[in-house]
Design a protein around this ligand. Structure first.
Ligand SMILES: Cc1cc2nc3c(=O)[nH]c(=O)nc-3n(C[C@H](O)[C@H](O)[C@H](O)COP(=O)(O)OP(=O)(O)OC[C@H]3O[C@@H](n4cnc5c(N)ncnc54)[C@H](O)[C@@H]3O)c2cc1C
Length: 389
């Protein structure tokens, strides 16, 4: 076993940290407060290779591995939850779906613009009446002589307000349940696609989450992404990539909370000394520091396995590190809030955004319960032998 990051991975971490400090930190609060999509910094992220991290260089991606992706997401999330979510959803969900299941022609047509960050992708699975039980979706795709017609509504679609390329899941055979769902690429210019209501969210306010409405939306035959009826099965693979990203972002945000709490504890005086001199406070933050390290390494391990194995082989690991990371960020936000006292509850310090951002982690891309359910399925239904046993 080798626990060293490669020189390239170390360099990526340092470069993204520097970029996030210099380019994202100064604008993060503005975008969070106004909800304005941070187009300028996202374009710079594209120039740095952050919008196509796992895509080979011949398609204008950065050609990196999943550990590098996790490192980069952690660094971005340490500073801003919105920028991290935009990057993660684009890389793993919208563009990720086209990359993993697209034909060569589809890849050539869409990936270079997406991987370079010139254009953004959005991925639409969730609907008003189906989230965790995504296969209960109602959006339909009906075959016609020339292609397909899509009808329905999608909810909570990240990047939708600015995306040029949408991947839409729709029912193609209602008799087959989750084996009767297919994925389609729909371009923003399609008159049958409308971006609807923007969600007014508690946190990650600049990430742009909106409804997507499909009204007799006609697409050609070659808009089908992957095999017909395999859209949902493929979505589970795509979500695994997304969930490792969610875990990395959660660690990044937890790390940000820890750093703010340490800084505040050193500067705040109580009973004649710095708050940081109180052993009770030191212990709280030392435990948090330990948990950040633990979960970070669990994510690295899972990312390392993802790059070496059939992704399905690591699905349970992805869910394990996802829900652990999500619990960590909740613990971190709560402890850091406590250390900040009353000032933590105001907008005066650079902390309260962490408290608002953190809560989404236990909900999105498969809620905490759905992750634990998946681990339980491996334990009780799929008969997975414990690793190393
Ligand atoms: C900021 C944000 C960005 C998002 N981006 C996207 C996106 O880009 N694309 C997209 O398709 N979706 C996106 N989503 C949707 C997200 O994936 C869903 O919100 C999530 O899957 C949960 O679905 P739901 O909200 O419908 O909750 P529900 O499915 O209604 O669940 C409600 C509660 O019940 C619990 N629950 C459900 N089933 C079980 C069970 N079997 N056992 C125990 N508890 C259960 C859930 O864990 C949850 O706590 C986003 C959501 C948010 C908030």
């Amino acid at each position: 076993m080798d626990f060293e990051l490669t020189q390239e991975q170390e360099m990526i971490r340092a470069t993204v940290r520097d970029f996030a400090e210099k380019e994202i930190r100064p604008v993060a609060a503005y975008h969070d407060q106004t909800g304005e999509f941070p187009s300028k910094t996202v374009a710079k992220m594209g120039s740095l290779g952050l919008m196509g991290m796992l895509i080979p260089t011949e398609y204008e991606g950065a050609g990196l591995d999943t550990i590098s992706f996790a490192l980069a997401l952690e660094e971005v999330a340490r500073i801003c939850g919105s920028h991290a979510l935009i990057m993660s959803a684009h890389n793993t969900l919208g563009m990720g779906n086209i990359w993993l299941t697209g034909t060569e022609e589809q890849k050539k047509r869409y990936i270079p613009d997406l991987a370079s960050g010139r254009k953004l992708a959005a991925w639409a699975l969730t609907e008003p009446a189906s989230g965790s039980d995504a296969a209960a979706m109602r959006t339909t795709a009906t075959k016609t002589a020339n292609g397909w017609v899509l009808n329905g509504a999608k909810n909570f679609c990240t990047n939708a307000p600015v995306a040029s390329t949408f991947v839409i899941m729709a029912v193609t055979d209602p008799t087959k349940g989750n084996k009767g769902i297919s994925a389609f690429i729909v371009e923003r210019s399609n008159p049958g696609l409308k971006v609807g209501k923007m969600e007014d969210k508690l946190g990650v306010r600049a990430s742009g989450t909106a409804q997507v409405l499909l009204n007799d939306c006609e697409v050609p035959r070659d808009a089908l992404l992957g095999e017909e009826h395999r859209g949902f099965v493929n979505a589970l693979r795509i979500l695994d990539n997304g969930r490792i990203g969610i875990g990395a972002m959660a660690v990044g945000l937890a790390q940000g909370a820890l750093e703010e709490a340490v800084k505040y504890a050193k500067s705040r005086k109580v009973f004649g000394a710095a708050l940081a001199k109180q052993q009770a406070v030191q212990f709280q933050l030392a435990e948090l520091h330990t948990d950040c390290e633990l979960v970070r390494h669990f994510i690295f391990y899972t990312a390392w396995r993802m790059d070496r194995k059939d992704p399905l082989e690591v699905s349970d690991l992805v869910s394990m590190c996802n829900f652990r990371a999500n619990r960590l960020v909740c613990e971190a936000a709560d402890r850091a809030m406590q250390v900040h006292g009353g000032m933590g509850y105001t907008r005066a310090l650079p902390f309260e955004h962490i408290y608002r951002h953190h809560r989404r982690y236990r909900i999105t891309e498969g809620s905490e319960e759905i992750q634990i359910r998946r681990v339980a399925q491996y334990l009780f239904e799929f008969g997975r032998r414990a690793r190393g046993a």
